[in-house]
Design a protein around this ligand. Structure first.
Ligand code: AMP
Length: 194
């Protein structure tokens, strides 16, 4: 199963993506996690992306696309994946389409975590205090949300047109959103065998 989770920071998509990946025995591929790990390890990639993450801007498309291309070709992604945080720009979405077409695979569903800016901002500020993420400064949080609207939201419309977009009410509890997702994925499974 090839899934994508899409939504603003604070929408709970990471939490749900991890759970789905565990349930289905497929990897959770989160670009933000990969970049943060590289920063912590002090690798070349880490040194390059550290100031970008701190500012809330996006890592350049070419770098991010190359990273995902390599990650999705790893053996553990052969049976599927849950992509989280990628694509974030139309160029990344086009590159992903090409990548998947090249290996004769497609996305089964795009889970769209719909959330108001007010709730997203409140949740991220709370997480920043609780987890103390170094890149969660108030300026970076505001910048990421602005970039989400400018660059990532157009992708939602692109995927809506495929008929595979699953809109979710992301302002509900973790359990309620999980139930909504399970129901949608079950329907998808029935559709596949019908
Ligand atoms: P996230 O944890 O997904 O919110 O990502 C944290 C930060 O990593 C973002 O604010 C960006 O600076 C960078 N990042 C993550 N995914 C991408 C992507 N697909 N394209 C560009 N930059 C990204």
């Amino acid at each position: 199963m090839n899934l994508l989770v899409l939504g603003p920071q604070g929408s709970g998509k990471g939490t749900q993506a991890k759970r789905i990946a565990d349930d289905h025995g497929i990897p959770h591929v989160a670009t933000g996690d990969i970049f943060r790990a590289a920063v912590e390890e002090g690798t070349e990639l880490g040194k390059r992306v550290e100031p970008i993450l701190a500012s809330g801007e996006l890592v350049p498309d070419d770098l991010t696309i190359a990273l995902i291309r390599e990650r999705l070709s790893a053996p553990d992604a052969a049976n599927g994946f849950v992509l989280d945080g990628f694509p974030r720009t139309l160029a990344q979405a086009e590159a992903l389409d090409e990548m998947l077409a090249g290996i004769e695979r497609g996305l089964d569903a795009i889970l769209f975590f719909d959330l108001s800016d007010a709730i997203a901002t409140e949740r991220i500020h709370r997480r920043a205090v609780e987890e103390g993420r170094a890149d969660d400064t108030p300026e970076a949080i505001a910048r990421r949300l602005a970039i989400y609207h400018e660059q990532t939201e157009p992708i939602v419309e692109r995927y809506r047109a495929t008929g595979k977009l699953v809109p979710l009410h992301a302002d509900r509890s973790i359990g309620e959103v999980a139930a909504e997702i399970s129901e949608a994925l079950e329907l998808l499974g029935e559709g596949a065998t019908a």
